[in-house]
Design a protein around this ligand. Structure first.
Ligand code: DON
Length: 573
């Protein structure tokens, strides 16, 4: 039965690669058939105030990179549960003037005191509290370094301008909404533990009411130091001193040297051709780009678009299972471990994996062999930006769990991440998402924890798609599903709206959002041997932009599961 679905041979894949070569080597635009500059700018982010901050900076003459800084800094203020100065993230950039993609890795780094046994108790068990709560859980943040790097290398405006909206929002305050209350409720106990957090984010020890004005003066001052002095304004001098003093007093091990040593790393993004389009996505230490490319490669070997819903869903589950299996075994920080990217993306591997798919029944995950690896997530943020020159940004940013480590370094307003928990604290021991990893993702001083964040673009002569989402390990399957909607020429609203299913190798279950699988489809999948689990709530918060270069129309959408806003503003002629 499988063979009836498989259509492309290795030579077909080579043709795709050849087309991709043409796509990158042949200049786009200028032939009169496609627009080289968009008719509108667009910003999609997880909060209306952050989207507005980005549009304001574009209106002041900033480019997409300045706007992205403004959006991200604002998200750090108005979504203190999600991402911010105490966290990090990945930035996928396209610079129109030289037609180049850049990937800025601003992932947190393990402090120098952290080694592979950092979270182990004397009896060898993992101290889950130290790994998730308080300053011991925090990696050295990359967000401030990313802002300085973007402004210095790619922006047109000084940081003082791009950070201004966030500084104002922090100093003057903003009204909190239900979303804030919900995310705070997940972490209330931990936030209450730290007076430096409770005094900012709670109202007399309680979750504030909707409409309560949240003012973050210390954070405003920290952002001002960055605006004034750039990178060193955060990583050296008074802000760094306050961070280190607080962390060391409250049980962490950061040193001034750890902060001074933090650097963003520019890495080659993952790039792969599919038909006449090219995927550009996050390389290690993200697992996203490789996994998405692998899944698309496998799907490309099938007529998946014309399959029945049951066959298509089964196939999606099977390709997810296989890509997540490889994630579990091979991926980690490429500065510390050899990630076999070429082997993982070799078309022969996709063919072998496709050959192992039985369209009539589920492949038990353990029959594929490999280490256990399970993960899911609740908070983090994504922003997508397109400017009038065609520059674009896809960035996914995080402090990991809602309110990160729940710890604010006194006098800085900076909520520290608990991204250290994305490492494997011990082979076989689960992290907050149930993730179990191996040596590739063991802790080492200065190492970056493996991530699922997958800021992505899919680009052809005709269309430019920019998308990403939070959601822990489900980020990867969500971005895949969004890209498949795009491949079927569905509008951008459909990419973010699509009901989600997920399989991550282990646990060997198909997770799905309420309403994602009809009763009939559930019966069909169960008959093929899949174990189904309704996760009981909607998940993800995708922010997407589409620029159709044939019509020169720009559209954007914010996931209605969140409170974000996507706005398109026509460029004045
Ligand atoms: O880097 C990662 O993969 C996680 N720290 C991301 C966490 C996340 O997306 C939580 N989500 N909603």
């Amino acid at each position: 039965m499988r063979l009836t679905f498989k259509i492309r041979s290795l030579s077909g894949a080579l043709v795709s690669l050849f087309i991709a070569f043409c796509l990158t080597a042949c200049a786009i635009g200028g032939d009169g058939t496609v627009s080289s500059k968009p008719s509108a700018v667009a910003v999609a982010s997880a909060h209306p105030l952050a989207t507005q901050a980005g549009l304001d900076v574009l209106a002041q003459g900033g480019n997409a990179f300045d706007a992205a800084i403004a959006v991200a800094a604002s998200l750090g203020v108005v979504e203190p549960y999600s991402a911010g100065m105490g966290g990090g993230g990945f930035w996928l950039l396209y610079s129109a003037k030289d037609d180049q993609y850049h990937f800025v890795d601003a992932r947190e780094m393990a402090p120098s005191a952290a080694d592979k046994d950092y979270y182990l108790n004397k009896d060898g068990t993992v101290n889950r509290d130290r790994a998730t709560n308080g300053p011991s859980a925090a990696g050295i943040p990359g967000q401030a370094a990313a802002f300085a790097h973007l402004a210095g290398q790619y922006g047109k405006l000084p940081l003082a301008k791009s950070l201004a909206p966030a500084i104002k929002q922090a100093r003057q305050g903003f009204a909190i909404d239900d979303h804030y209350r919900k995310l705070l409720s997940y972490r209330l106990e931990a936030v209450r533990r730290y007076p430096s957090s409770a005094s900012i984010f709670l109202n007399s020890g309680q979750i504030p009411d909707v409409g309560y004005k949240l003012v973050q003066r210390d954070l405003a001052t920290t952002l001002e130091a960055l605006a004034r002095a750039g990178h060193d304004g955060f990583y050296q001098g008074p802000v760094a001193q306050r961070l280190v003093t607080a962390v060391q007093r409250d049980g962490g091990d950061w040193t001034m040297e750890d902060l001074a040593n933090y650097k963003v790393v520019e890495r080659e993004p993952i790039r792969m051709a599919f038909g006449n389009a090219e995927l550009i996505s996050a390389p290690p230490p993200s697992s996203g780009g490789i996994a998405i490319a692998q899944m698309l490669q496998m799907l490309d070997l099938y007529h998946w678009q014309s399959m029945s819903e049951a066959d298509q869903t089964h196939l999606l589950i099977e390709v997810m299972r296989r890509a997540y299996r490889d994630r579990a075994e091979f991926l980690g920080d490429p500065d510390f471990v050899d990630v076999p990217t070429a082997m993982l993306l070799d078309p022969a591997r996709a063919h072998a994996y496709a050959d192992s798919i039985d369209m009539t029944k589920a492949t038990p995950s353990l029959s594929l062999k490999g280490p256990k690896n399970i993960e899911e997530g609740f908070h983090t943020t994504h922003l997508s930006v397109l400017d009038k020159d065609g520059n674009r940004v896809s960035a996914t940013l995080s402090i990991n769990l809602p309110f990160g480590s729940a710890y604010t370094a006194a006098g800085t307003g900076v909520v520290l991440n608990n991204e250290m928990d994305d490492f494997s604290a011990k082979p076989g021991a689960a992290n907050a998402y149930g993730l179990v990893g191996n040596a590739a993702n063991a802790i080492a001083p200065g190492k970056r924890p493996l991530s699922s964040m997958s800021p992505s673009m899919m680009v052809s002569d005709d269309q430019v798609a920019i998308l990403g989402t939070p959601g822990g390990s489900r980020i990867i399957s969500m971005v895949l599903l969004g890209l498949l909607e795009h491949q079927q020429n569905k509008p951008v609203e459909d990419w973010v709206r699509r009901k989600r299913i997920h399989h991550q190798y282990l646990p060997d279950v198909v997770e799905y959002e309420p309403g994602a699988l009809s009763q009939a489809l559930q019966q069909e999948l169960k008959a093929r041997g899949h174990t189904l689990k309704n996760v009981g709530r909607a998940y993800g918060n995708m922010q997407a932009i589409l620029w159709d270069r044939t019509t020169n129309k720009v559209t954007a959408a914010a996931d209605s599961r969140g409170i974000g806003s996507a706005r398109v503003v026509s460029v004045a002629k």
